[in-house]
Ligand binder design. Structure first.
Ligand SMILES: C[S@@+](CC[C@H](N)C(=O)[O-])C[C@H]1O[C@@H](n2cnc3c(N)ncnc32)[C@H](O)[C@@H]1O
Length: 253
């Protein structure tokens, strides 16, 4: 048992730092999205925004031979990406940096590809894609996942949960229109499957949280943190027909 009582941020970081990924997704989804981008050998400069510890960044590095910058607001996550990259001898072309997706540290018109999984909703789909558009070269691509409504029905308790988490969900058609209005030619959109949420994210996260419950002797904060995570899982089970993560791919024109 630890003496120091953790706050929510401590718990979030501790629960996620050793996971393969920090949100829903999969290798198959990365490969499927890459399949829409044409000749991958021309991508020289790539940014993975809100990269977490870099689960998808390292998959991208298998397929793309250019330089990949993974950007995340949490130093612990970008450090972990750097550690993982050097273990795979990728340190010369995969680099984790600390930064803010709302104020990118890149040169304008310099990127061939902006990748972002599970992160853009933190700043808003439109705001994110609008800011990011200026950093893409003409003909460059954005490939991002964002939680979205999959049906016209938007159950109130699911909507409330996402609002409380700071995300506003839109329907897929509206997000596609937003992309087009921002100067992206729409390429593709597809929803992530259930395994991306359950096997790849919820189950490993639950195990990590159980360890924290033990470590912090079931203190109030850890119980509250565990309850919020459980609620997210319950709501997903109940409403997975209504919402999901959708991969949106567009080309800067
Ligand atoms: C749900 S996680 C997804 C991580 C990873 N892309 C994945 O799919 O496994 C969202 C990530 O976005 C990062 N993030 C949220 N807001 C950010 C911001 N404004 N700037 C940079 N990173 C941010 C978080 O730190 C977190 O690592």
């Amino acid at each position: 048992m630890e003496n120091k009582q953790p706050d929510f941020l401590d718990l979030l970081l501790e629960a996620h730092i050793d996971l393969e990924r920090q949100g829903p997704g999969s290798r198959e989804a990365v490969e499927k999205a890459l399949g829409f981008l044409g000749d991958l050998s021309r991508f020289e400069n790539i940014a993975d925004l809100g990269c977490g510890t870099g689960g998808q960044t390292l998959i991208l590095a298998e397929y793309l031979k250019g330089k990949i910058i993974g950007l995340d607001m949490f130093p612990a996550f970008s450090e972990k990406l750097n550690k993982r990259a050097s273990e795979k001898n990728l340190g010369d072309r995969v680099k984790g940096i600390v930064g803010n997706m709302e104020n990118l540290p890149f040169e304008k018109n310099s990127l061939d590809l902006i990748w972002s999984e599970g992160a853009v909703d933190n700043i808003g789909f439109e705001k994110g894609l609008s800011h990011w558009r200026g950093f893409l070269k003409e003909g460059g691509y954005a490939a991002v996942t964002c939680p979205s409504w999959l049906t016209k029905e938007h159950p109130a308790e699911a909507k409330q949960f996402w609002t409380d988490a700071g995300s506003q969900l839109d329907i897929v058609e509206d997000n596609i229109k937003i992309m087009q209005n921002l100067g992206y030619q729409f390429t593709a959109a597809f929803a992530l499957n259930e395994e991306c949420w359950t096997e790849n994210y919820f189950y490993p996260r639950e195990q990590a949280i159980n360890k924290l419950i033990e470590k912090y002797d079931n203190c109030d904060t850890v119980r509250e943190y565990a309850a919020i995570n459980r609620r997210e899982v319950e709501l997903y089970r109940k409403y997975k027909r209504n919402y999901g993560y959708v991969f949106y791919i567009g080309r800067a024109v």
